[in-house]
Ligand binder design. Structure first.
Ligand SMILES: [Zn+2]
Length: 343
């Protein structure tokens, strides 16, 4: 926290000390709470800068609060000295207020089987097109992007598996269908690869271009520590793991579904959840957008409540908000008119 009293939190604290305005714990409370722009500001500011506000351009904490503009000003001399809490987040450049954005994050972070743009549009009173764009921006924020590898020598086993998500040609944009040279009755399946660390109960999953040996092996080398116990099915693609310094065991689905500890049921359960969300909720998933749907489901799976780690809706929401900085998507990026850049 900056020491010279220039933080919004210093100015409006009395509003939040009333019992009624305690931080929300349910969707209903969230909608009431975030109807106040000041509550939105305060809540997001605390999650975004838990150690005090710092300039998104230069990183310095020497900033002053400009009451009238609802912005901070960095004391260093550089362009873009003034910034709002939205700058550098998925909310930047959006005409929509945080009173719409924050309940949307709440809904998406907590909807077990996902939420469609139609539902979101009705819940927030925005157009379906706007809701669709909000959904994708929020999903981008939910991508975990962990830089640490999973597993490790002497640690619990890691399950690895891949699945295919169908794309019926009739649900695709004509452009996409033509580029894949599909007729209206065709199908294009997209491969998703998943890694479940059975010790930490955390999943990572992403769309992969194919399930060739080289593709899968690269993902494993990037994500899994050498000397980890790795369980896969007996697909040929995983052969190379044996000679790559992993302790590799395979399960044959037909003959022996479960061989004691050696199974891939954890990651298969995750696939069921993913597919339930895709088939039950989403009207048509372009393979292009699938990676963000996967990220959304990974987010909820990794933050699900367990005996050891009881989490509630408000925890998931707060966690999602810590991820909103540095992940902006423009409309052009979303609609495939330019390449997506990732922070
Ligand atoms: Zn600065």
């Amino acid at each position: 926290m900056s020491s010279n009293g220039n933080n919004i939190l210093d100015k409006s604290i009395e509003i939040y000390d009333t019992g009624f305005m305690r931080e929300p714990r349910t969707l209903q409370e969230a909608i009431i709470y975030f109807a106040s722009p000041e509550n939105c500001m305060r809540y997001l500011t605390e999650r975004r800068w838990p150690n005090g506000v710092s300039c998104p351009t230069c990183g310095r904490a020497d900033v002053s609060w400009l009451e009238k503009q609802n912005k901070w000003q960095c004391k260093s001399a550089h362009p873009k000295r003034q910034f709002s809490v939205k700058v550098g987040t998925i909310f930047e450049d959006s005409a929509l207020g945080l009173e719409k954005w924050l309940p949307a994050v709440w809904l998406i972070a907590n909807a077990k089987n996902g939420i469609s743009s139609y539902e979101l549009s009705r819940s927030l009173g925005v157009t379906q097109k706007t809701a669709w764009f909000m959904l994708h921006r929020i999903r981008e924020a939910l991508k975990s992007g962990s830089i640490l590898k999973t597993g490790g020598h002497g640690r619990g086993p890691v399950e690895i598996d891949e699945t295919f998500v169908g794309g019926k040609a009739k649900n695709m944009h004509a452009k996409r269908r033509n580029s894949l040279k599909l007729g209206l009755k065709g199908e294009h399946k997209t491969a998703v690869m998943g890694i479940l660390d059975r010790e930490t109960r955390q999943v990572r999953a992403k769309v992969v271009p194919n399930v060739k040996r080289e593709t899968l092996l690269n993902e494993i080398l990037e994500n899994v520590e050498r000397k980890s116990k790795v369980y896969t099915d007996n697909a040929n693609a995983y052969d190379a793991l044996d000679v790559r310094d992993f302790i590799h065991k395979t399960v044959t689905h037909i003959e022996e579904y479960v061989r004691g500890e050696v199974h891939t049921q954890g990651i298969e359960n995750f696939w069921s959840l993913l597919k339930r969300g895709l088939h039950g909720t989403y009207v048509a998933v372009e393979p292009y957008h699938l990676d963000r749907y996967v990220a959304e489901q990974v987010f909820r799976y990794n933050l699900r409540s367990t005996k050891d780690n009881p989490l509630n809706d408000s925890d998931r929401f707060a966690f999602a908000l810590t991820q909103v900085a540095g992940k902006r998507l423009t409309y052009a990026e979303l609609t495939g008119k330019t390449t997506t850049t990732q922070a």
